[in-house]
Write a protein that binds this ligand. Sequence first.
Ligand SMILES: *Cc1c(COP(=O)(O)O)cnc(C)c1O
Length: 404
Amino acid sequence: MKLPIYMDNHATTPVDPRVFEVMKPYFTEHFGNAASRNHSFGWEAEEAVEKARKQIAELIGAAAKEIVFTSGATESNNLALKGAAEMYAEKGNHIITVATEHKAILDTCKHLEKHGIRVTYLPVKQDGLVDLDMLRDAITDKTILISVMYANNEIGVIQPVTEIGKIAHERGVLFHSDAVQAVGKVPVNVLKDNIDIMSLTAHKLYGPKGVGALYVRRKSPRVQLAAQMDGGGHERGMRSGTLNVPGIAGFGEACEIARREMPEESARLRALRDKLRAKLESELDQVYINGTMESRLPHNLNISFAYVEGESLLMGINDVAVSSGSACTSATLEPSYVLKALGAGDDLAHSSIRFGLGRFNTEEEVDYVGDKVVDVVKKLRELSPLYEMAKEGIDLTKVAWTAH
Ligand SMILES: *Cc1c(COP(=O)(O)O)cnc(C)c1O
């Protein structure tokens, strides 16, 4: 077993060697511009792009023509929200989203709010899921778009997208979903899931960084988005710019592999994830799972270790790459806004770790990580007077802390 162990696959994934092989010829040999119509260099590049478009579309139940290539999901989310707000300005100026969305959605919404768009940020229940009645109540005759992520990048919770899409369509509202974390991990089908616009990115499913896509529905309803980049009118006029041909070829191959191997891979990772969870829960007390286990990505575990500071735990397991529930913003350590939205106190948010298992993790690695975390949590708690007091049955909320 090689150290360090990578278990942060929600942040990014390594490029699958099979994907890399497919990309290679498009750097030096078939380097043409996919928009060059007059020679074979251009045709070869275009062929690679159109093959990838089909492979990506097939994974999500779309038609190839409905795939618009971008530089990644941040751009896809920007194009979806800003493009819809601009295109449907005459219909209305209201967007509904959720407090636990990725920053690429929340910050785009904040930008739109400065430009006359009204945004409703729905809270989530303690399990991390959207309350569908609250969603229904939030829709007005000015609502143009509902944007709810498919699966959350911190807690892996899968939203009831099919129902959300149904509610949106009953009210004549478009439904966008940031499906970055779900595509290639769980079955996603834009028709069954009632999705009109959907963001994806290659680097979360073993493809390269810097290439993504936006699914834009072409019929019932036909969705139109105002371009956010002016130029040569590529990608049906929605996204100008010379295409990243090697990246796109790799993205296509990554989707094809995911489509073939998803059932087996998900089952394997789910079993490893459940093994890790069982170990932590059986050998440690006061551990709390964040978000529902009922509707969740198979490779995600987000867990709080009470009386342990997440950053100290990370330092203790420094040969394992995972993320904590704290985000370093400038000088201070902020607890995760996602965990806070579930109602977790700052302490539990700070004591949380996100494990993101992936294609290249082995059972041996998972066992090593489980042992190591148990060991370090026990050691840190031995140093914690609060943990000792709690174990002795002292109710910490009733202690009158006084300074002398
Ligand atoms: C990673 C991620 C993004 C951003 O994707 P990039 O391609 O890195 O811009 C957006 N949404 C979610 C849910 C993500 O996990």
